[in-house]
Design a protein around this ligand. Structure first.
Ligand code: TRP
Length: 461
């Protein structure tokens, strides 16, 4: 299934050629200086790429509503790797987001054979409990299960009409041998990502999905499908400015003034075009050229950063007419932290990571055994210095345990200059990790028995 130009979201291999991924899939770089109160993962380049994050930042700046959608596989134990997404979710929450958490119990059932009752138990005990301890606010967070949210499943079916096996082959490398569970799971995930925009779940607003790059195929699929449902496309205009163009489809031709046989009902068409024209004028554009017959509204004075506002106007009108009115999801991508042995982090190999409930002794053992960037002898180390690009202790301080940039910089200087030895940086990591784990344990204690507060009403049994 793996191929040079594909990402396989189910693979245990991980591509770490981030530059190639950015280029190949058209991701944008994250520039922390454009973010309000950038978090530690942004400042350190760990959250390195995005799609349409500027749309969400615009909402933050105007205090407009926006949401975060994240999902979890209710299998295995929660470890440091999983906490990176939650760290970002917490940051979005602090900037004003509402939060929806999908428990991918149907996906786990279909792809890993996890039964629904067990999945539910694991999701709450292992994941929701730690999300609470990591700072998600139950007032703003709503956890649901794929298996008990019919709207999500319904979207998986309806939106499934907008794609086909060829697209799945191109995105995921599927072929005739592919298990159908792997066809269903991404469609349900499309439903997960889209459904917070439905009126019953918060309505039209941008939704951002923070993920590791391995999940990007699902985002590409969802964005593609969302765009295919749109009744109005906002495009850049060759001679400058933007154009809103009707996208006539079987399901909307009647509303957009196309009669059977393709003739145009000019009365209907003019009404539609003038509504869009009015809302574009409402946004402050006075130079607007409409062509009802062609189904276009040209706005020469508009620039790319106006696309979102114009699109939202068109989408709310589309909703009035009976369409979905969907904004393509925004996303951010984080680098993966190395596993402690130098391989990939994995729940099934406890020596590769630190679990959220590891005791101090187990954690210390793993840090002591972890891959080091130190030199073979003290003499050499003092002369050449440590290599932070290989050193797990340093990287875990950077990714997880040392929030203070200045303190981290000092550790780096000391280590690279050889003043700090490999054993010493491990000791620093152990101390910071102990504090981190202790704090988390204490907070888990505070949330004991209160996890229902995080569950959506359809998640309570
Ligand atoms: N497929 C994701 C995983 O393997 C889980 C998931 C389901 C998800 N729905 C989602 C992740 C929506 C992000 C957004 O972990």
């Amino acid at each position: 299934m793996a191929s040079a130009n594909r990402i396989d979201p189910w693979s245990s291999e991980q591509s770490t050629d981030y530059g190639r991924l950015v280029e190949q899939f058209g991701l944008s770089d994250v520039d922390p200086s454009t973010l309000p109160n950038p978090g530690m993962l942004h400042r350190r380049g760990i959250v390195f790429a995005h799609r349409d994050l500027d749309v969400v930042v615009g909402c933050m700046e105007r205090s407009d509503p926006f949401g975060v959608l994240t999902g979890l596989m209710p299998s295995g134990r929660m470890h440091l790797g999983h906490s990176m997404v939650i760290e970002q979710v917490r940051w979005f929450q602090e900037q004003g987001a509402d939060i929806t958490v999908a428990v991918a119990d149907l996906e786990a059932l279909a792809t890993r054979g996890t039964d629904l009752v067990k999945g539910r138990e694991t999701a709450i005990r292992e994941y929701v409990h730690n999300y609470a301890a990591l700072g998600l606010d139950p007032e703003k967070t709503s956890v649901y299960f794929q298996s008990s949210r019919p709207e999500v499943q319904r979207l998986a079916f309806t939106l499934g009409k907008r794609t086909n096996l060829s697209e799945f082959e191109a995105i995921y490398g599927f072929n005739g041998e592919t298990n159908l569970a792997h066809v269903q799971a991404p469609l349900v995930q499309v439903g997960d990502i889209i459904h917070p925009q439905l009126d019953e779940f918060g309505g039209l607003r941008p939704i951002v999905v923070p993920v590791g790059v391995d999940q990007d195929p699902h985002l590409r699929l969802t964005r593609d499908i969302a765009q295919k449902t749109n009744w109005f496309n906002v495009k850049t205009r060759k001679s400058g400015g933007l154009t809103v163009a009707l996208s006539v489809q079987d399901s909307n031709s009647h509303n957009l003034g196309v009669l059977e046989g393709g003739k145009i009902d000019i009365g209907v068409r003019e009404k539609v075009i003038s509504r869009i024209e009015d809302s574009v004028r409402d946004l402050g554009f006075s130079d607007v050229i409409s062509n009802p017959k062609h189904g276009t509204i040209e706005i020469p004075g508009a620039v790319n950063s106006d696309i979102h506002d114009i699109r939202v106007k068109a989408l709310s009108f589309e909703r009035e007419l009976g369409g979905f009115g969907l904004i393509p999801p925004c996303s951010t991508y984080h680098r993966f932290a190395v596993g402690m042995t130098g391989d990939k982090m994995s729940s099934s190999k406890p020596e590769t990571t630190i679990f959220m409930d590891d005791n101090i002794e187990d954690m210390s053992k793993k840090v002591k055994r972890a891959l080091s960037g130190g030199q073979p002898t003290v003499e050499e180390h003092r002369r050449i210095g440590g290599d932070v690009s290989k050193d797990v202790a340093y990287q875990y301080l950077q990714y997880f345990f040392e929030e203070n940039d200045k303190a981290l910089e000092e550790i780096k200087d000391d280590y690279e200059s050889g003043r700090m030895l490999a054993g010493e940086i491990k000791q620093v990591c152990i101390e910071k990790a102990s504090e981190w784990l202790e704090d988390l344990r204490e907070k888990r204690g505070q949330w004991e028995g209160r996890l229902d507060e995080f569950l959506a009403s359809d998640a309570i049994i």
